[in-house]
Design a protein around this ligand. Structure first.
Ligand SMILES: C[S@@+](CC[C@H](N)C(=O)[O-])C[C@H]1O[C@@H](n2cnc3c(N)ncnc32)[C@H](O)[C@@H]1O
Length: 270
């Protein structure tokens, strides 16, 4: 049963023996052949390997945080760096609001955000929305349904697993878990002002619901980061449709093959 677990009452769940195995699940061969026909995806994959190698040894502040979360995330270094920079910008420019992630799986990208906040001595709330039971099924709006559907039920991270990671890293304060479908939980959320919104829900309906319910709560100057714009067709369609319907012309900043960032304009209504 899907319930809201903000009261931290979930019984202890089995922990995964290897988070890396859980988040770096092999791509189905059929999908791999399909992706490999896109030279941009191939180039991005090579760059990603190089970036991972660099961040594994670099003494930079970002790389040190990255090494603490890499086994718990599917997000690329470039997209994690996007979150790191956005979080720093928001704090340094005193942009008000909470931090929100829709789609956290094992919690790696969310932990990176919270580690960044801790590094800056900032104690803002971080809201994590997820089924915590894995991906729901895509729909006919996801035109690459054939491949998307192979992932139904995957990317599972339980509330206990994510909470355990946050406790290990000592960043559990101010973290709110909201368990359930975005479609059911977001319309009733109490979050009123958002400084950074990370949307990583893969499918058309998931991304659309996030935008419809949360876009207007992102404050002027706040950030929205999309994980799946380049990778999943339904996600891109949901974003393009939403921005088009609102006549929002703000450019999406490219982070890598898939990730995009949008800074909400200061003028009202945009
Ligand atoms: C790719 S994973 C997120 C990866 C994560 N950000 C990381 O650092 O690895 C996508 C997550 O979105 C969640 N999700 C997708 N659609 C959802 C929906 N409609 N309602 C709730 N959760 C959803 C899935 O359960 C899954 O955990």
């Amino acid at each position: 049963m899907i319930t809201n677990l903000d009261d931290k009452t979930e019984p202890a769940a089995n922990r995964l023996s290897s988070p890396r195995a859980a988040v770096r699940g092999r791509k189905p061969a059929r999908e791999l052949f399909y992706r490999a026909r896109d030279p941009k995806w191939v180039a991005d994959t090579l760059l990603r390997v190089l970036a991972q190698g660099w961040d594994a040894i670099s003494p930079s502040e970002f790389s040190r945080l990255y090494r603490q979360v890499r086994r718990h995330t599917m997000c690329s270094n470039a997209r994690l760096r996007g979150l790191y920079r956005a979080a720093r910008y928001v704090v340094q420019h005193r942009i008000p609001g909470d931090f929100v992630e829709c789609g956290c799986a094992l919690g790696g990208s969310a932990a990176l955000i919270k580690l960044t906040l801790r590094q800056l001595g900032e104690s803002r709330a971080l809201w994590l929305f997820d089924t915590f039971e894995g991906l729901p099924a895509p729909t006919a709006q996801d035109s690459d349904f054939e491949f998307a559907n192979l992932y139904t039920g995957s990317c599972v991270g339980t509330v206990d697993e994510v909470r355990h990671l946050f406790e290990e890293l000592r960043i559990e304060d101010g973290v709110h878990f909201v368990k359930g479908l975005f479609q059911e939980e977001l319309p009733k959320t109490q979050v009123s002002e958002i400084a950074l919104l990370h949307i990583d829900g893969d499918w058309y309906e998931s991304v659309k619901t996030c935008l419809e319910n949360l876009y207007d709560r992102v404050v002027p100057g706040g950030f929205i980061q999309f994980d799946d714009y380049g990778y999943w067709k339904g996600a891109r369609r949901a974003i393009d449709e939403f921005l088009g319907s609102r006549k929002i012309q703000t450019a999406l900043v490219r982070l890598d093959y898939s990730g995009r960032q949008l800074v909400k304009r200061v003028s009202p209504g945009k």
